[in-house]
Design a protein around this ligand. Sequence first.
Ligand code: WTA
Length: 698
Amino acid sequence: MVVNTSRSLLYTLCREAVSFRSELRFYKSAFVSRQVFHCQRRTYSANGTKTSLSPNICSSLAGRSYKELYELSVEDPDTFWGSIAKERLLWNRPFDHVNNCDISTGRINWFPGGQLNVSVNCLDVHVAKHPNRVALVWERDEPGTEVNVTYRELLESTCRLANTLKRHGIHRGDRVAIYMPVSPLAVAAMLACARIGAVHTVVFAGFSAEALAGRIQDAQCKAVVTCNQGVRGGRVIELKATVDAAVKSCPSVRSVFVAQRTSNRVPMTGIDVLLEEEMAKEAADCSPEVMDSEDMLFMLYTSGSTGQPKGIVHTQAGYLLYASLTHQYVFDYRPGDVFGCVADIGWVTGHSYVVYGPLCNGATTVLFESTPVYPDPGRYWETVERLGINQFYGAPTAIRLLLKYEESWVKKYDRSSLKTLGSVGEPINHEAWEWFYNVVGDGRCPLVDTWWQTETGGVCIAPRPAEDGAEIIPAMAMRPFFGVQPALMDETGAAITGNDVSGALCISKPWPGMARTIYGDHQRFVDAYLKPYPGYYFTGDGAYRSKDGYYQITGRMDDVINISGHRLGTAEIEDALDEHPGVPETAVIGIPHDIKGEVPFAFVVLKEDDSLDHSVVIEDLRGLVATKIAKYAIPDHFLIVKRLPKTRSGKIMRRILRKVATDETSNLGDISTLDDPSVVTEIMQAYTRFKNQPAQKR
Ligand code: WTA
């Protein structure tokens, strides 16, 4: 595994990524067909010429157009963010300055001097005004069994849970792992941490015991909150058993809080606490801890180009403000709307657009526990009809899956409540975009392709907001959000000017939602994001700026792949595979997949040992990835090769592996730096033999 963030390498990778992606079937038409949709938006001003964005971005900025607001946000961020922060958040102490950032050294401080509590901003302020408004609609796995939770009820359970945590010795600054699927108690657990100043790290409940343990150890969590079992797609998932296996190697964990999602009993150990029983004994109020703007709110582990996942740190005020502002303006959320983001809380989308953004805005937010095809492929749209969802935010992978079924699965349900559709996590191809827009949205709802990352805290590039009636180009993220100034960089590290150009996507000024550090390793944060292009935040993605100045994301420039919208470093998979005693070396790449977007393809070198049965080794390798990471990370293909293509300096030339695995060997590009070019023919032959095998053997 090679980690090299030098610019020329990044740039080469970028160009590679750009050409690689543009080869993918579903990207083909991206630059060719330029169908423009003018989506109708409500008009906010009566004068007919200049339309203001919204009456309530903040009173001192009211009446300004999108263009004026965007210009202000990048030219005078202090006025822009300062006015909004003062008005939209409830502060215990006002901030002294709007920002004190130096992006080149990694000092990112927003609203220093300010003090507040995030749970108060998400709950108490709304309970004071409308206690009986529904905060959460828990759309449980079985259709028709949804549960509504009002703001008052959510505040009460958050306080009871916060008191339970405190009683078990969790204090301000302590880390708490949450390993549960989306549910009102999971949301209450996040907010309870925020209430007492503890730091949550939600771990996606599909991760293995080892992956969970690695995160708990890195964060030194004092407690884990989980469920006895999970329920998804009609199947029961043994969550508590996974936690039991994980905490065996986590001496920092003193308590495991177990919520009862099913009525089945699971074995309990000495450190286990029955969550609901304990909560029932606690008071329904809990005085909120007063937090500094830059205290940690949560960390969320994500993948980079090395094997070790990184704990991305977000802090209080800036994150919350950015999540709430993007939630309102990207999706055109209006008071009273039912906001349906179907992401799991194990990912950042669940943090910002299931929990913090919507709740800070006093919205009704949907917690979707099921799958797009349970009990049938009409599930999403039946849910839209039954709950009256107004904004539907999902992942392209689900759309690609659903469009393969008859349109009648969509059409038989009433979708007239829908006003905005959103897509996130990976590029959305044209076919999926148009199906989502035309079939689901009946061609009348703006569809926003939103680009952002765990590290950005909220949406950074999306078609909305924009001037009233402004165009939306299919499958393009298009416009930067307030305060975000994208830049495309060339291989010399200079910003590329003009349009119709591609380069490494950077953001040239700090914004309140950006990550502050990597937990326990600030230098890694600086090296990964701020050093490659000094003075800029480097996203790891490549992008194209169109003739009209709109942005289109072309894909990762590093060895990170996106499986069904789930981000994973190929190095993580390689590290898992390399544990096999018969496997000295592997290289994993991503190849296109119709539904999942990308899937891992593993090239495996075996020890010279005639006794090794290849199919047994491959089974072992699958098992290793499932235990060390998660089932979804298991490579779809394993190809056994004698050696890997390496440069004279020992770097694996993954470009060649990608070309081989996608049948694009007619133009391999420059292979003169390979140590031994004959390796290419060798690998191509192995691939031909592999392709000719029956599918189940690959
Ligand atoms: C990719 C998810 C194209 C991108 C919110 C990014 C996208 C990574 C889009 C972050 C999009 C996300 N178009 N690519 N609209 N949205 N990506 O951290 O490569 O799980 O860097 O955050 O997903 O994934 P993450």
